[in-house]
Design a protein around this ligand. Structure first.
Ligand code: UT7
Length: 330
């Protein structure tokens, strides 16, 4: 029994509008058949112009707070994982605080590609275990369509918009909560998945805009090769740090980037598909929001039980990869 960060609340938000593969056929040279076979995606939700990462994050956070039965004023820290902040500064975390309450709450944005949510859970859990924080809001929110190039068929078909939020809460003498995490990053693969323009390396200019450098660029093949290795490594290393094995895992909640990457892990671990959450068909890749969306869906379907060992794992830009091992329940 230890002091741990337990998941006290979970909330999600997806925009209403749906972009189907057939809609995309009218925008780029692609086909529903290609997208389904190569990725498993059938449709994705896309945000309205006036919806931003922070507005989606705020909606998800309201649901998470309600689920945790606490008020925004009870929060003592906000970690917002995102790759598409409303603005580089001020932070999306501060924007969410402002949309939730007039009470000041410390907060930061965290950028670790699609692995950001996993990093956020570990950092919040460590802050809670260190003793100074009680309730931390961990958000994963991205409006990837704002940096998607709809003239590039190799990326245009992959991404959607969404947000998810967890309330992590300090609990003493418990078996539940975040048991362990495994975090990794290796900048040698940085150019495989990159938004080249807009930072100090390539400030916005007429040329950077004309050359479409403010959009996400990905070497799909190389990123795929990395992901099929990173996912199982993250699962095994996370479990090892908790003193557990794949056999102890009740539910795997993998980042939803490509069904073939998830299937490779299922085959490698010889998992019953019942133990793996997949919803990429309806949302596409929503970056840091895929895991809360999938976990919420599993919960709604009654697939999460008190005491279950749940493994969240992700991989993405950086390159980055990692996992959180959680014993479900408060
Ligand atoms: O969340 C962050 C991490 N991201 C990932 O993990 C993504 C990892 N990568 C992938 O999921 C896959 O590599 C993709 C889905 C991006 C691409 O699938 P692929 O099976 O690796 O396709 P490919 O890039 O090898 O392309 C195969 C063919 C090419 O045509 P040729 O050269 O064989 O004639 C492409 O031009 O498919 C073509 N292609 C398309 N065709 C129709 C590429 N995109 C499309 C498209 N529609 N949208």
């Amino acid at each position: 029994m230890k002091t741990r960060a337990v998941v006290a609340g979970l909330g999600t938000y997806v925009p209403e509008a749906i972009l189907t593969n057939h809609d995309l056929e009218k925008i780029v040279d692609t086909s529903d058949e290609w997208i389904v076979t190569r990725t498993g995606i059938r449709e994705r939700h896309i945000a309205r112009e006036d919806e931003t990462t922070s507005s989606m994050a705020t909606e998800a956070s309201r649901f998470a707070l309600k689920d945790a039965q606490i008020e925004a004023e009870d929060l003592d820290f906000i970690v917002c994982a995102t790759n598409t902040p409303d603005t580089i500064f001020p932070s999306t975390a501060a924007r969410v605080q402002h949309q939730l309450t007039d009470k000041p709450i410390p907060g930061v944005d965290l950028q670790a590609g699609c692995t950001g949510l996993i990093y956020g859970m570990e950092m919040a859990s460590a802050l809670i275990q260190a003793g100074s924080y009680h309730n931390i809001l961990v958000i994963g929110a991205d409006k990837l369509t704002s940096i998607t190039d709809y003239e590039d068929r190799t990326t245009a078909v992959l991404f959607g918009d969404a947000a998810g939020a967890f309330v992590l809460q300090r609990k003493e003498d418990t078996d539940h909560g975040v048991l362990s995490s495994y975090l990794q990053a290796d900048g040698r693969g940085g150019n495989l998945l990159i938004q080249p323009g807009g930072g100090s390396l390539m400030p916005a200019s007429k040329e950077s805009v004309e050359n479409r450098q403010h959009y996400l660029k990905m070497n799909g093949n190389e990123t795929f090769r990395f992901a099929v290795k990173a996912l199982p490594e993250a699962v095994e290393e996370g479990l090892k740090r908790a003193g557990l094995t794949v056999g102890d895992m009740n539910l795997l909640v993998p980042h939803q980037a490509n069904l073939r990457i998830i299937d490779a892990a299922v085959r490698r671990f010889e998992l019953d598909p019942e133990r793996v959450v997949v919803n990429i068909d309806r949302y596409g890749n929503t970056s840091v929001a895929t895991i809360p969306l999938a976990l919420q869906e599993a919960r709604m379907e009654g697939r999460l039980h008190d005491g279950d060992v749940v493994v969240l794992c992700a991989f993405g830009a950086g390159l980055s990869w990692g996992s959180n091992v959680i014993r479900w329940g408060k």
